[in-house]
Ligand binder design. Structure first.
Ligand code: 5RP
Length: 234
C-alpha cells in the first residue's frame, strides 16, 4: 500500500462528523479511506454512506461501514473520492476505475467534495492521463467520432479514442450503469470547461471524467505527511 495514499486518506477522516451522510468514492485511495472509516465506525462513529460503485459497496460492507440507498437520503454532506489528475483550480480527471458517472452524480449532490490523492496526481495542466468518457453502447463508433471532433474543437493536442476493454480481454468493459468507456488520449486539455461543454452536448455521452468546480478541498499525500489545500469558491 502506498504511504502517500494512506496519509491522504487518514487526513480526510478529520472532516467526517457524527450524523453525516457521506459519499464514498471509488479506487484504491478511496478504499484506504473506507478501511479507516470502518475503524471509526467500530469505535462508535454514526454515519450513513452512499457508494459510487459496486466495488466500493463491497469494500464498505467488508469494513463494516453502513450503506444507504441514494434514493433514501435527503442530502449528502460530504463526499471523499480519489482522482487521476488535479490541476491548480482543482479541476479533475476522474474515471480511471470506470465509475465516473456515479461518482459525478454523488459529488454533484454533495455539499462538499474532498479529493484524496498522492502527489503524482498533481499537474499544471490536465490531459496526460487519458480522459475517460462513459458512453451508451448504441452507436458507440459514431459517438467516438463526435468525441474526437469535440476534443479537437476545444483545442486538445490530440483526441485519439480507444474503447476500454474488460480485464479478461473478452470485450468492452461494461460499467456499473451498463455503459462503455471511451478513453481519450488528449495529451493536453487547454480549456477543460470548454471541452466539458462540448462533450456535454453529444447525445451518446452519458458523462465524462472532467470534474470542474466540484471540489473545494484537495488532500495531497506525501510519504511522511499530508497537505490539505483549500480553494475558496464564490
Ligand atoms: C475511479 C476514479 C478513481 O478515483 C481514480 O481512478 C483514482 O484511483 P486511485 O485512487 O486508485 O489512484 O476516478 O473511477
Amino acid at each position: 500500500m502506498s504511504q502517500a495514499k494512506e496519509n491522504a486518506a487518514l487526513a480526510a477522516l478529520d472532516f467526517v462528523e457524527d450524523g453525516m451522510v457521506l459519499g464514498l468514492g471509488s479506487g484504491s485511495t478511496a478504499e484506504i479511506f473506507i478501511e479507516h472509516l470502518g475503524e471509526r465506525v467500530a469505535g462508535g462513529l454514526k454515519i450513513e454512506c452512499v457508494p459510487t460503485s459496486q466495488q466500493t459497496a463491497d469494500c464498505a460492507r467488508e469494513n463494516g461501514v453502513p450503506l444507504v440507498d441514494i434514493d433514501r437520503v435527503s442530502g449528502i454532506q460530504l463526499t471523499v473520492d480519489g482522482a487521476d489528475e488535479v490541476d491548480p483550480m482543482f479541476s479533475l480527471i476522474k474515471g480511471g476505475g470506470a465509475c465516473l458517472l456515479r461518482e459525478k452524480i454523488v459529488a454533484h449532490a454533495s455539499e462538499r467534495m474532498i479529493v484524496i490523492v498522492d502527489n503524482s496526481k498533481i499537474v499544471e495542466k490536465l490531459g496526460k492521463f487519458p480522459l475517460p468518457v462513459e458512453v451508451d453502447p448504441f452507436g458507440v463508433a459514431l459517438t467516438a467520432e463526435q468525441i474526437y471532433a469535440a476534443l479537437r474543437a476545444s483545442g486538445c493536442e490530440n483526441g485519439q479514442t480507444v474503447l476500454r476493454q474488460n480485464k479478461e480481454g473478452t470485450g468492452p468493459l461494461i460499467t456499473d450503469g451498463g455503459h462503455y468507456i471511451v478513453d481519450c488520449k488528449c495529451e493536453l486539455i487547454p480549456d477543460p470547461a470548454e471541452t466539458a461543454h462540448l462533450l456535454d452536448r453529444i447525445p451518446g455521452v452519458m458523462e465524462h471524467g472532467l470534474f470542474i468546480d466540484l471540489s473545494s478541498v484537495v488532500i495531497v499525500g506525501e510519504d511522511d505527511h499530508a497537505r490539505v489545500m483549500e480553494l475558496k469558491r464564490e
